[in-house]
Design a protein around this ligand. Structure first.
Ligand code: NAP
Length: 536
């Protein structure tokens, strides 16, 4: 299976006529065929119109049918086999092992959401039965369920070409919620996107769903991406990328006659806190783990540890010395796109020449033009406080260690930080009392607090939060990874005194889907829960 360069609009593969997007070999800079025709405004209108027509049918599909659809997508992505991995390696420069793992995560996410849909808890069904005899006033029969918000625009991420792109977390959670999806392809991996898009398109057809359930558009400029967010038939957007891109889309969405949410995951420097006990006992061990996390995937992870805070002294010196040695041996790695590479190089040059920052280590010199060297910098707490530019994310393998006079000044610096995805605490038992003091400030600023580890390697599960206050994400009340992500694309609807014949199946008294429901405030377990927990 090879990419053809065509847009996928509903069930059709269509030649785009609005300019051409060309894939670039991330390792060599060479252009890779074929060209991908950009969508026109007419193509955008057709995709939105089909998505809107599909919405009412698709959102009423039974849990079983929708779960089977998600599983079919997963199977069809696997069926593409090696050509998908090979194309993706060319377009992103990411190694085969990483992409095989990422494909596994993509498949796993789709299957997890199939389980979530089958389980039915996300519907959040509640029934407050009528109380006609209640005094002084009778109570009406009230029933509540959640429905999909409507068609969702998804902007794939450059750094997760499979797990956060065409059939990645945003798409899987939106489809699970009952929302048709239109993907605006990331220009860094158009061939990979088309191959995955065709798998989703085939699953739509084979599962007997309306063709508008899924479309995929290439954008040769900004017109289609922005047009999607502005279109009245789109009711939410998912985005992963730069702060500039995310905030531009948030503004457009807020300026619509009917504003919509944009769930944008943007910039985060993920502070690492080194507590005295841990530093004293194992500065070198923590430094080694830190450099591994920093260099993973050329540092192109949103959870990359870009900031280290520790109390100045001989133990922090040991950490810096060990990290410098490990980082100095770190090979240069190919970055995802020439654009991302240029932004990284420019940011590193700016930091190297920053008057308040010392460069303590650089990785091995690059061998090819697309490769980047890791970097480690050191500054003081005072300089960090006085120079807000030092808080800006450098997307790549770069980190800044801040020497703080004491733990209170570390806590003060935490209070100055913008919202973050993660904070990693390195501590021993002797540090617990101090660490406890930090938790309230960290809870206010980050989405995930972890101990003696690093934020890279995000588990896809039920208790994961991959989100955080602005600017790490546009809306810190949600997550883009894990089963809770489905809630971004749901809306509650209440039904008062509807006759049984008019109620949606999820709320019918006979409970035909066997859902867990809250009846008059008390949880009544459904079939799936009873099956999973025979002892209950
Ligand atoms: P990006 O430039 O923000 O692009 C992300 C997506 O949004 C792309 O599809 C892009 O279109 C589109 N886009 C960007 N600006 C737009 C605008 N004003 N209007 C409409 N659409 C817009 O991000 P990127 O290319 O993935 O990476 C660039 C930088 O983003 C990196 O250097 C890094 O700083 C940051 N980044 C952060 C994370 C993170 O998780 N924190 C992840 C990835 C990237 P095109 O495809 O046409 O460009």
């Amino acid at each position: 299976m090879l990419p053809t360069g065509k847009l996928l609009i509903g069930g059709q593969a269509v030649d785009g006529s609005n300019g051409v997007i060309r894939a670039i070999n991330a390792s060599t800079g060479a252009v890779v065929e074929p060209g991908f025709g950009g969508a026109t405004l007419a193509d955008l209108d057709r995709a939105c119109s089909l998505a809107w027509s599909a919405f009412d049918f698709y959102r009423e599909t039974s849990p079983e049918k929708r779960a089977q659809f998600l599983e079919t997508i997963a199977n069809y992505i696997l069926d593409i086999g090696d050509p998908l991995i090979e194309r993706c390696m060319i377009e992103t420069g990411l190694p085969q092992g990483r992409l095989l793992g990422e494909r596994g995560r993509t498949i796993g996410q789709l299957r997890m959401f199939a389980d979530v849909v089958r389980n039915g808890d996300y519907i959040g069904a509640r029934i407050d039965p009528a109380q006609p005899e209640r005094k002084p006033l009778p109570r009406a029969d009230l029933r509540l369920r959640h429905i999909g918000v409507g068609p969702v625009a998804v902007f794939g991420a450059s750094n997760f070409p499979l797990a956060f792109s065409v059939a990645g977390g945003d798409t899987a959670s939106a489809l699970a919620a009952g929302c048709p999806v239109i993907v605006k392809v990331h220009s860094a991996h158009p061939g990979t996107s088309e191959l995955v898009g065709r798998a989703v398109q085939r699953a739509v057809q084979d599962c007997g769903l309306p063709e508008g359930t899924f479309s995929l558009l290439f954008d040769s400029g900004r017109e289609i991406g922005q047009g999607l967010v502005k279109d009245h038939r789109i009711k939410a957007a998912g985005f992963t990328g730069s702060r500039g891109g995310g905030t531009a889309l948030m503004k457009l969405a807020a300026a619509r006659p009917e504003p919509i949410p944009v769930y944008a995951e943007m910039s985060s420097i993920n502070p690492v806190l080194l507590f005295p006990g841990a530093l004293k006992n194992r500065a070198e061990g923590v430094a080694s783990m830190f450099v591994q996390s920093l260099a993973l995937g050329a540092g192109q992870f949103c959870t990359n540890p870009g900031l280290v805070l520790g109390v100045d002294g001989p133990d922090l010196d040991r950490f810096i010395a060990a990290a410098s040695v490990a980082l100095g041996e770190t090979p240069a790695q190919t970055m995802l796109t020439p654009g991302i590479h240029k932004v990284y190089k420019d940011s590193i040059e700016r930091t190297v020449s920053h008057p308040e920052v010392k460069t303590v280590a650089r990785g091995v010199e690059p061998e090819t033009p697309g490769q980047a060297r890791a970097a480690l910098f050191v500054t003081t707490a005072e300089a960090f406080r006085n120079h807000p530019d030092l808080q800006e994310e450098i997307f790549g393998a770069s980190s800044l260690v801040v020497r703080c006079p004491d733990l209170t000044s570390v806590l003060d610096l935490i209070e100055t930080l913008e919202g973050q995805l993660t904070a990693a605490l390195h501590l021993d038992d002797s540090d617990h009392d101090e660490a406890r003091r930090f938790l309230p400030a960290l809870e206010r600023r980050v989405g995930r607090i972890l101990v003696n580890g690093f934020g890279t390697g995000v588990e896809v599960g039920h208790a994961m939060v991959h989100g955080g206050p602005f600017p790490s994400t546009a809306d810190g009340r949600s997550t883009s990874v894990g089963s809770l992500a489905i809630e971004r694309f749901l809306r509650p609807v209440s039904y008062q005194d509807l006759p049984e014949a008019l109620l949606p199946d999820a709320l019918k008294s006979a409970n035909p889907f066997g859902l867990t429901r809250r009846i008059d405030g008390k949880l009544q377990l459904g079939i799936a829960v009873a099956r999973e927990n025979p002892g209950l």
